[in-house]
Design a protein around this ligand. Structure first.
Ligand SMILES: [Cu+2]
Length: 126
């Protein structure tokens, strides 16, 4: 996230006008887009640690699900609520700690067909 300070405008130092909305309701979470298709999972290789909103989309013509597995322990930390129908979209909030993960569609033989991808969850260094 970039913080833009208007430089050289009025000479007055920009007071720390953060992006906090007037009503400090729910903070906007980073979006992580994940497309499911035959037979591939398309997503960024890096995901920020902490709460994020997964934007799931089944772009295929078969049903697909999604499971997150911690690579080191081979333990499932998150799974979609059942399968997504063809064309279905979902927004889901997850909270992942830093580490190496694997995203898998374990429906039918989809994993063997290629619906498996590793990704890294990392703390924001900013
Ligand atoms: Cu699948």
């Amino acid at each position: 996230m970039s913080i833009i300070s208007g430089c050289g405008e009025s000479g007055a130092p920009a007071s720390s006008e953060t992006a906090a909305p007037a009503a400090a309701a729910e903070p906007e979470l980073p979006n992580v887009e994940i497309d499911l298709d035959e037979f591939v999972i398309l997503m960024d290789a890096r995901v920020p640690a902490g709460p994020v909103t997964l934007k799931l989309a089944n772009r295929g013509f078969e049903e697909h699900n999604l499971v997150f597995v911690v690579v080191e322990s081979d333990s499932t930390v998150w799974a979609s609520d059942g399968r997504l129908s063809p064309g279905e979209r979902r927004s889901v909030t997850v909270d992942l700690s830093a580490g190496e993960y694997r995203a898998v569609c374990d429906y039918s033989d989809h994993e063997d067909r290629g619906m498996i991808v590793d990704f890294l969850v990392e703390e924001n260094s900013e």
